[in-house]
Design a protein around this ligand. Sequence first.
Ligand SMILES: [Zn+2]
Length: 259
Amino acid sequence: MIYFSIIIAVIICYSLFQRRRKNGSLTQITLTDAQKKLLNQHIDYYNKLSDTDKLYFEDRIEQFLDAVRIEGVGLEITDTDRLMVASSAVIPIFAFRDWTYRNVTNVLLYPDTFDKQFQFEGNEGEGRNIMGMVGTGYMNGQMILSRKALIKGFSKNNGKENTGIHEFVHLLDKVDGATDGIPEGFLPHEYIEPWVRMMHQEIHKIEAGHSDIDAYATTNEAEFFAVVSEYFFEKPEQFQTKHPELYEMLSRIFGQKPA
Ligand SMILES: [Zn+2]
């Protein structure tokens, strides 16, 4: 009996060791080849990464799926849905090596846009249907996403919108306690004033019809930050050409130069 237990223990240790070696970290979820193929098929950002960074991206996806529950409301969620949610989370934080979202535990996917029925902020309700929300108050830790909007964000020729990335950028913004468009933990102090000035200048340009940034960005600073971040990750070259200063500032915030 003792021998038997030792053998079992050795097998468990060995398989844990193998797993740790393979992923560089210990996760319960390991992506299958089929799931990696889905990443290749649907996630442009992943496609453009080097082989080493692809492995690292997969590792981050596994960690996210380990930590956050993704549930469908009135729908069966697929592997593609899960991978799109996880990619939306990983893309903005890809440069922050050991960073994890501590302010989300659940993501609920609704089939289409939905009504405002909970206590939320950053709800995309004014001026357009609600496609995503980050919970506050008793809904803290919850995110709701429209599956239709999520998929649209990762479809080819989608333009500069990505609802999934938008909502996770709200969570980054929220880390310092305020969803206010100023991600204080991610921007050196001396850049905060220039960033606020830059936001206000661009909001005026959008209002005057002199900008190609979605008018939803004029709602408030938090929405501005989330909307320009979508553009930054979805159409980096175009964003850099048309908005070089904003591009520089977002590169600083996210620690990435996607163009
Ligand atoms: Zn928003």
